[in-house]
Ligand binder design. Structure first.
Ligand code: SF4
Length: 381
């Protein structure tokens, strides 16, 4: 059956909001939060740590901290609390992104049972399994992901345990990797260019002869597909293959995005077919999947990336995040001066629904609307 990705119209009379059909919390995030709170409830008096942010949402992380959970590392793996302070009866929760084998071993060596409080999302584990499967068939695993992102670091570590592995962060890097495959670039340059992104013992001459591409589950689907196509073509050209026998050198992994990323991205692409004045995307500023929704929207119309309704300062001014410069900026007159403005709205997989509701309520306040949000919901029920 064809699935419906059309946005939902919330018609407030003097304001129209189109809400993406799929937005917000995914299975992996809900599961991780539930396990974290259950762990607190079931272990009174115990010290409970999270390896790093459980998901990329400041509100959820703050809530966990208020319940006494402490973070061991920041998002980039920098220590906040030394592992030396841990004792064997402490609890350490592994976040939804998973973690590296080295960290898992370190914790196990301290006597901490990581498997009991492991919230690694099954869709992330699926990528690890896919990597292991192609690794066993002697393909090198190329990971399309952000090299510093927890999930990519974890996937890289798991992939590197069974095969050579290299990370490409974007299309530009994929093009450079293709030049090492074709021989256009001398292999000696690879190690500096991909520093910190290849596995120990990586031999660029031997390890780019058979490859397969997997991705961080939250990348932009179209980017991963384009990167896989480019690298496949590089293998076809180098080894005189055809599309029919390309699998001799290029593993057919298809994309390894999770369902939530796929659904949220498809819903945004469909929502963008609706003519509107602006888009608002809600989510944590360091959330990969949210930033990709912003990327999709800003190609079509003015887009404001905010992490809560508090960033909507007034009907005249909004504070929003520019993820290219990594700065929050203020924009004036973001709402159009017209009869019935149309706003597209969505949120990332780590954003609680309450934040979307807060944004809607805030926007509605600015208009002499015929309906408020709860009346509207009742009339739609
Ligand atoms: S975005 Fe996907 S992979 Fe990540 S936690 Fe959610 S369901 Fe899992």
């Amino acid at each position: 059956m064809k699935r419906d990705f059309a946005p939902t119209l919330l018609d407030f009379g003097s304001l129209q909001i189109y809400l993406a059909r799929h937005f917000g919390f995914c299975y992996g995030v809900e599961n991780a939060i539930e396990i974290a709170f259950r762990t607190v409830e079931e272990n009174p008096g115990k010290r409970i740590f999270l390896l790093s942010e459980i998901i990329h949402n400041p509100h959820v992380n703050a809530d966990l901290q208020e319940h006494g959970i402490k973070f061991l590392q920041d998002t980039y793996g920098n220590p906040l609390i030394s592992f030396d302070e841990l004792k064997s009866d402490d609890i350490v929760i592994i976040p939804a992104f998973g973690t590296t084998l080295a960290i898992e071993k370190k914790l196990n060596d301290l006597g901490i049972q990581t498997e009991k409080h492991n919230t690694t999302c099954p869709f992330v584990e699926k990528v690890w399994n896919r990597s292991a499967a192609i690794g066993k068939q002697n393909y090198t695993v190329v990971i399309h992901g952000k090299p510093k992102h927890e999930e990519t670091r974890a996937t890289f570590s798991h992939a590197a345990a069974s095969s050579p592995a290299v990370i490409v962060k974007d299309m530009d890097q994929a093009r450079e990797l293709a030049k090492y495959i074709s021989g256009e670039k001398p292999s000696s340059g690879f190690y500096a260019e991909f520093e910190g992104q290849y596995s120990v013992g990586f031999d660029v001459t031997n390890h780019l002869q058979r490859i397969g591409v997997v991705n961080q589950t939250t990348m932009l689907a179209s980017d991963t597909q384009a990167i896989a196509d480019l690298l496949k073509q590089a293998m076809i050209s180098k080894y005189n293959l055809t599309k029919d026998n390309a699998e001799e050198r290029f593993a057919d992994t298809r994309d390894t995005l999770c369902y939530a990323t796929n659904d949220n991205q498809t819903a945004v692409v469909t929502m963008l077919q609706t003519k509107a004045d602006l888009a608002i995307v809600v989510g944590g500023y360091n959330s990969s999947n949210t930033s990709h929704l912003v990327e999709l929207c800003e190609k079509k119309l003015p887009t404001f990336f905010i992490n809560s309704e508090e960033k909507i300062l007034s009907s005249k001014e909004i504070l929003h995040y520019n993820f290219y410069t990594k700065q929050e900026i203020a924009t004036s007159n973001y709402l159009p001066d017209k009869q019935i403005p149309r706003i597209l709205l969505t949120s990332g997989a780590s954003c609680p629904d309450a934040l979307i509701e807060g944004v809607i309520n805030k926007l509605v306040e600015f208009f002499r609307s015929s309906k408020n949000f709860s009346d509207l919901l009742q009339s739609m029920a």
